[in-house]
Structure formats: structure tokens, C-alpha cells
Ligand binder design. Structure first.
Ligand SMILES: *Cc1c(COP(=O)(O)O)cnc(C)c1O
Length: 474
């Protein structure tokens, strides 16, 4: 045995080093169904299986790290949003994770699609997505991006500045097309996990402020334009939100704005987009609402506000990203080193280093995001040791899972799976430390397909146009 056995670290003090929400598991091999995609289970031999495929088989084929998307789970979540919000439109927020195949699934499940760059738009169009069902976002869309959106005939452009409105008008005239536009407004609500603050959050780059009148100015400007069709307004209040209170405030303020616009111009705008941001479970401390419960709350809020302003209820759209692809994905890493570290008070924390890190999932470093993990290639009869799963990068903050109990006999060569990794991980990946980005595979009914192949060192080094000084010693 070359590795250290860490079972001795498990004693009462460990609980003091763990966060309060994390309890010592009675069975360290158990999977919390709230965290894992619907087809994940342990095989009789203890290894994890997803979409009918043993993760060890996948890893033999494509290596680690690897991101795995459970197609059935993705489709079920897309369908659940569509049926809960029947009569309204659901846009999948492509920035969470988008490939041509994913665009195809979104299309097949009857959802619309949001993109916010030329790159995302190109992937969507190449995936065969109907441009009329695409919304184009972005606070600084280039002329080229707007041109591509207008010429491909996207269903709507969500405008975010007066400069952009100028640019759209100029391009519409040049190409003799019209633009269908929503005005992005900031309703003065910034929602956070478990809380929201309904004041003074207009100090940000997105949108036109409702309170200082900028939103009304932009709406009147669009309405007056001979080449723009103003459809309505758009608000997005944040991400990983568990409480509909923030949406309630946003709906109240946006409905009031629609009513004021109607009084000022006589025009009834029919479209209201309430954005995305619906939370998911990353750890046992998160308890997200179902799409059904969200739909009941949001319909109630919109109808109440419409009655209060004596206006027809607008046609509403929503933009979930994370809530569809997040829980459908997991990351699988191989353990490289296991290092117990003594903490004040006699407790120990076990640093488990894996072959990925902040380059494939920046969220813990960027937002302090919490994740969970489990031993994926086998089960263990050992008790849980308090672990921190860290990456291979040259940063102390290169953490993937801050706190988790993993079996005390975890050792190099083991596989670790991190659930709820489908959103904003591979899509935000970097090449920090010249580490190639991991592949993404989709699994379904015991078949797997590659959505994104692994980046190679040749891909990366091929970008370097500098001098080649010598040859690599063999
Ligand atoms: C990011 C974003 C979304 C999606 O947010 P999720 O948290 O993934 O649901 C929707 N709309 C807009 C405008 C966004 O910027």
C-alpha cells in the first residue's frame, strides 16, 4: 500500500470542522435521489451507472475528467417545464450548456432557445434550431452579432442599451428587415439563494432601470422606430433562486411599467419575460421547487397584477437554463493523491486531489458554490471521512467540493462523481495551466455518444504561433 489510510481521522472533532448542514452519513455509499439524475444507480458490484452504462466503462473509453449528460433526465426536465407552463413559452438558456445535439433535444421537446453570442447562435442554427424560436441576449452585442441575428431571422432580440437600438435601426435599414424586440428592464430586485433584496440593485450592467425612467425612454424609442416591432419587456433577477418572492416583486414592477406604457401611448404590449434562475439541488441543503409549484405561483402573481391594473394578462415567457441541464449532468474525476491535514482542535480534513479542477468547474472559486460527491467505481465498508475535493491547478482556491464525507479508504485510482454538474461548468471551462478541456458525453439506454470531444494538447499548442526553438527530447 502506497497510500495513507485515513480511517483514524474519523472522530467527534470532525463534525466541528464540517459545515452545520452536512451530517455524517449513516451509509457513505448511499445516493441522495434529490442530487442525481434520474437514471443514476449503483450496480450490484457497487459502481455507479448512468443511462444504463457503468461509469468505469465510460472512463475506459474516454478517460477522465469527463462530463456525462443523462439524456432522459434532460428531456424529462424540459418536458416538465413545458407542461407546467403550458400556454406560456419556455426558452432554454443555452449559456448553461449548449451543443448542436442539445439544441436538437430542446427543439424536439418543444422549447424555445436563448443565446447571447454569435458562437451560441451559430451552434443553435447548426443544430437545426428554428431561428424564429430563438431569443438573442447580450449587453454588448457586436454589429456582426446583430447582423447575424437579423439576417437569420431570430424571433426576438432583447435590447440592453440605446447604443444597441441605434445599431439595430442602422442594420435593419441596410438589410431591409424589421427587428422584433424586447426591452430588458431592471426591476430593482436582485434575488439570491434563499433571500432577495428588493432595493438599490440597479447598479449593474444589465438592463434599463424602471425607477429612473430609462426603461420607459427605451420602450418609447423602440415603439417610435419605423423598423422595430416592440413586443414587450424582459426582466431576469438572478440565478439559483429558491423563493418566488423575487419574481413576485419583479412581476409587480414590470406589470406596472406595461400599464404606464399603455397610459402614455395607448399601446398594449403583449409580451412579458420573467427570465430564469430557478434553483437546483447541489447539496442536501438545497430544496428546489418543482416546475408545477413554480408555475402555480407565477401564474397567480401575473393574474393578480393584471387584475390590479385592469389589463389583459400578458403572454409570459421564462428562461430556465440550470434547472434543465444542471441536474442532468455529472462530472467524473480520477483521484490522484489523498492527503490528510490536521486542523485546530484535533480534527482532520482529507484533501482528495483529482485530475480536473477550477479549469472545468470555476463555480466554487467564482461564487463559493457548494457541490457534493460520491465514490463512483466501487462501494466501501469504511465510515465517512471529512474530505475536500480539490483540483490540480496552482491556486489554493482550486476547490471542487468544499465539504463531503467520502469513504475513509479512498485512494489514488478511485473515481469520484460530482452530481448537478451539467450547467455552467464545461460551458465556463478555461485552459488555465494549459489543461485541455474535458469531453462531454451523452448517455441513454446503454448507449453513449460524444457531444464534445476532449480537447488535446495539440489543439492548445496549435494556438501558439511563436518560435519553435528545438525538438522535444524523446
Ligand atoms: C443566465 C440567464 C438565464 C438562465 O439562468 P439559469 O439560472 O440558468 O436559469 C436566463 N435569462 C437570462 C437573461 C440570463 O442571463
Amino acid at each position: 500500500m502506497t497510500h495513507m489510510h485515513v480511517a483514524g481521522s474519523v472522530h467527534a472533532d470532525v463534525a466541528a470542522a464540517a459545515p452545520q448542514w452536512l451530517s455524517v452519513p449513516t451509509d457513505v455509499n448511499a445516493l441522495d435521489p434529490a442530487l442525481w439524475s434520474s437514471t443514476v444507480r449503483r450496480r450490484p458490484d457497487g459502481a455507479l451507472e448512468v443511462g444504463g452504462i457503468d461509469v468505469r466503462t465510460l472512463v475506459d473509453e474516454v478517460g477522465t475528467p469527463v462530463y456525462v449528460i443523462d439524456e432522459q433526465d434532460f428531456r424529462q426536465r424540459a418536458r416538465a417545464f413545458r407542461s407546467a407552463f403550458a400556454g406560456w413559452d419556455v426558452y432554454y438558456a443555452g449559456k448553461a450548456f449548449l451543443t448542436r445535439t442539445i439544441a436538437g433535444w430542446v427543439h424536439e421537446e418543444g422549447l424555445f432557445l436563448d443565446v447571447c453570442t454569435e458562437g451560441e447562435l451559430r451552434v443553435a442554427l447548426e443544430g437545426g434550431f428554428d431561428p424564429a424560436r430563438i431569443g438573442m441576449h447580450g449587453n454588448n452585442k457586436s454589429r456582426r452579432e446583430l447582423e447575424m441575428a437579423l439576417r437569420s431571422g431570430v424571433g426576438r432580440i432583447i435590447v440592453d442599451s440605446l447604443d444597441e437600438i441605434d445599431r439595430i435601426e442602422e442594420l435593419c435599414r441596410r438589410h431591409e428587415v424589421r427587428a422584433r424586440v424586447m426591452v430588458r428592464v431592471t426591476p430593482g430586485v436582485e434575488a439570491h439563494t434563499h433571500e432577495y433584496i428588493a432595493t438599490a440593485h440597479e447598479d449593474q450592467k444589465f438592463g434599463f432601470s424602471i425607477t429612473n425612467g430609462a426603461a420607459m425612454v427605451a420602450m418609447v424609442r423602440c415603439h417610435a422606430s419605423p423598423v422595430i416591432d416592440l413586443l414587450g419587456i424582459h426582466s431576469h433577477i438572478g440565478s439559483q433562486i429558491f423563493d418566488t418572492g423575487g419574481f413576485e416583486v419583479a412581476a409587480r414592477r414590470t406589470m406596472k411599467l406595461l400599464s404606464q406604457f399603455q397610459q402614455a401611448t395607448g399601446i398594449v404590449l403583449s409580451e412579458l419575460d420573467l427570465g430564469g434562475g430557478f434553483g437546483i439541488a447541489y447539496t442536501s441543503q438545497d430544496s428546489p421547487s418543482s416546475p408545477e409549484d413554480l408555475a402555480t405561483d407565477l401564474r397567480d402573481i401575473v393574474e393578480t397584477e393584471a387584475r390590479a391594473h385592469q389589463m389583459p394578462a400578458p403572454h409570459v415567457s421564462l428562461e430556465p437554463g440550470r434547472a434543465i441541464v444542471g441536474p442532468a449532468g455529472m462530472a467524473v474525476y480520477e483521484v490522484g493523491t489523498v492527503k490528510p491535514v490536521d486542523l485546530d482542535g484535533g480534527a482532520q480534513r482529507v484533501y482528495v486531489s483529482v485530475d480536473g479542477g477550477m479549469s472545468d468547474n470555476i463555480r466554487p472559486a467564482l461564487y463559493g458554490a457548494e457541490y457534493s460527491a460520491t465514490l463512483a467505481n466501487r462501494t466501501s465498508a469504511e465510515v465517512g471521512a471529512l474530505c475536500r475535493v480539490v483540483g490540480k491547478h496552482c491556486e489554493g482556491g482550486d476547490i471542487l467540493v468544499r465539504d463531503e464525507y467520502l469513504p475513509a479508504d479512498i485512494h489514488p485510482g478511485d473515481l469520484i462523481a460530482v452530481p448537478a454538474s451539467g450547467a455552467y461548468s464545461r460551458s465556463m471551462a478555461s485552459n488555465y495551466n494549459h489543461v485541455p478541456r474535458p469531453p462531454v458525453v451523452a448517455v441513454d439506454q446503454a448507449q453513449w455518444t460524444t457531444l464534445l470531444r476532449r480537447e488535446t494538447l495539440d489543439d492548445l499548442v496549435g494556438l501558439d504561433q511563436g518560435q519553435v526553438v528545438g525538438t522535444i527530447p524523446q
